[in-house]
Design a protein around this ligand. Structure first.
Ligand code: MLC
Ligand code: AMP
Length: 504
């Protein structure tokens, strides 16, 4: 047996002294150097008593060592569980407990606060800071740069990514080796990535986009990655002449367009600009082409499915569409009530099937059954249509979800915190247009009888419990929420009413 994901992404780089991670301050990590570091961490995992199939939860800043932990998990047959660094301890508590993680890795600054979480969940706690330093690296220094790769089958799990739900708590999407590998292979070919490519990487590595799409492709293709800790447009511009490609959420592109130094000349050696995770406005697509001559390639994906559709490398990249289903991916548009496929051109719920589709939600058979059909089709909850040229257009969401700067916010989670407050009768959290982040959450609140909620105090309370990006940028008090005849809150009415909240 072998370990297909490790062999394809990492193992083949052993001994290759070619540049892999190019750090902004000038340091270069070679492919060989990277797999050596990963092997040391794989040895640490064994030292800590972890065995194949165990989950490793990490909430750490982006660094080369943070990426090496992902490689080490794959090599040791462990399930990698990355967490958004913005999550608060209560949120982390849920993920660690629910996943049954045996090891938790956090920033040294957060270790004290998270120690009780680890203890309660019976997980070991180790640390790693933004430079890679911490207790894990100390341990790694005592181990050799070689490790006997653990055998894995294509269906064995490689990662858990938690995704929130419209009703209850977050669900751990289980991704197998084959889910990740098949998608990386398809995308590398579809987008023409080779070892000559140099990717500008400014996305976080705790989500599908920055971790799997961007890094898996580059590892498979064997090219180099300019490894930036976060989005800094000045830095992006500085390094663009050395790069061939960029992957980003739409905010990356609107911020580039807002920068006076972002010119056609700067993008001369760029081969490809890719956008996804949130809708790219047709207007951004057109302005980008006017400024640079490049047409952004938009694609569509999800945590549960990796990438589903893409505009073509060669051929028409059409603004306002997410392209056609990727090779090997089947896509249909169905009636939301009956699940029956709809004729071409009609709007319905998008369903997808293929080797990219996840294995189900961890220990949630009911939720899995509700979204993943017996025949393998996954119900995405996105509303769309297939146009007369076979391109998919996403026209809305059947699920109550806000996407802000590429991060998902489930209103229900925020409303639950607000509704629990004695001064609040009820609340509705909606997404309203925002020039920089696409949309931003706003909370519309109704006071409990005779109460006068302190909006500042409510805002502070939300910030103490939820990651900052989920917290509404504005809280508004109203007498009543609009309802339809069935008594359901009409969020579309609220979205229209408050559409101008962040208009400039
Ligand atoms: C940061 N903040 C946000 C935010 N990001 N608020 C709302 N939405 C966001 N996305 C808040 C911070 O909490 C902080 O608040 C303030 O904004 C400034 O923080 P920052 O860290 O300086 O922000 P910035 O660096 O400008 O980050 C914005 C961003 C970043 C868009 C560059 O959010 C980002 O990199 N997003 C990418 C997300 C991503 O990778 N998504 C892929 C999901 S995978 P305060 O109050 O402290 O000032 C997926 C599948 C697929 O969807 O198809 O790809
Ligand atoms: P996540 O759960 O973070 O993986 O978010 C997945 C969701 O992001 C999808 O269900 C879509 O709603 C949205 N999404 C991803 N790519 C695009 C895109 N190109 N256009 C519009 N929405 C997108």
């Amino acid at each position: 047996m072998a370990n297909p994901l490790y062999d394809a992404l990492f193992g083949k780089h052993a001994g290759r002294n070619t540049p892999f991670l190019l750090l902004p301050e000038g340091h270069v990590i070679t492919h060989a150097g990277f797999v050596d570091v990963a092997a040391r961490y794989a040895n640490v995992f064994t030292e800590l008593g972890l065995a194949a199939g165990d989950r490793v939860a990490v909430q750490i800043e982006k660094s080369p060592d943070a990426l090496a932990l992902y490689a080490a998990c794959v090599q040791a047959g462990l399930v990698f569980l990355p967490l958004n660094t913005a999550y608060m301890p209560a949120e982390v508590d849920y993920f660690v407990t629910n996943s049954g993680a045996k090891l938790m890795v956090c920033d040294p600054n957060k270790a004290e606060g998270l120690a009780p979480v680890a203890t309660a969940a019976n997980a070991q706690l180790e640390t790693m800071d933004i430079t890679g330093k911490g207790s894990l690296r100390d341990r790694a220094a005592t181990h050799p740069a070689s490790f006997a790769t653990v055998d894995r089958a294509p269906d064995d799990l490689a990662a858990f990514l938690y995704t929130s739900g419209t009703t209850g708590r977050s669900k751990g999407a289980m991704l197998s080796q084959q889910n990740l590998l098949s998608n990386a292979q398809t995308l590398t070919k579809h987008w023409g990535f080779t070892e000559r490519d140099v990717l500008l990487h400014a996305l976080p590595i705790f989500h599908t986009h920055g971790l799997f799409v961007a890094t898996n492709i580059m590892l498979l293709a064997g090219g180099a990655v300019i490894w930036m800790p976060r989005l800094d447009v000045d830095q992006l511009i500085r390094f663009m002449p050395q790069a061939t490609s960029l992957m980003g959420v739409p905010t990356f592109y609107t911020r580039l367009l807002d920068h006076p130094e972002f010119t056609k000349d700067l993008t001369r050696d760029m081969r490809l600009f890719i956008s996804g995770s949130a809708p790219l406005l047709a207007e951004t697509h057109r302005s980008f082409e006017e400024r640079t001559g490049h047409r952004i390639l938009e694609r569509y994906g999800m945590t549960e499915t990796n990438m589903n559709t893409s505009n073509p490398l060669d051929g028409a990249r059409r603004a306002g569409t997410v392209g056609k289903p990727l090779p090997g991916v089947e896509l249909k548009v169905c009636d939301p009530d009956t699940g029956a496929p709809l004729p071409q051109g009609e709007i319905g719920v998008i369903e997808v099937r293929g080797p990219n589709v996840f294995q189900g939600y961890w220990q949630m058979p009911d939720k899995t059954a509700a979204e993943l059909r017996d025949d393998g089709f996954f119900i995405t909850g996105d509303l769309g249509l297939i146009d007369d040229q076979g391109y998919v257009q996403i026209v809305g969401r059947g699920k109550d979800l806000i996407i802000s700067g590429g991060y998902n916010i489930y209103p229900k989670e925020v409303e639950t915190v607000l509704d629990d407050q004695p001064d609040v009768l009820e609340s509705a959290v909606i997404g309203v247009p925002h020039g920089d982040l696409g949309e931003c959450p706003v909370a519309v609140i109704v006071a409990a009888k005779g109460a006068a909620p302190d909006l500042e105090a409510l805002s502070a309370l939300l910030q103490s419990q939820l990651a900052r990006f989920k917290c509404p940028r504005k809280l508004l008090l109203v007498d009543a929420l609009p309802r339809n005849t069935m008594g359901k809150v009409q969020k579309n009415v609220l979205r229209d009413e408050y559409a101008q909240t962040f208009a400039t």
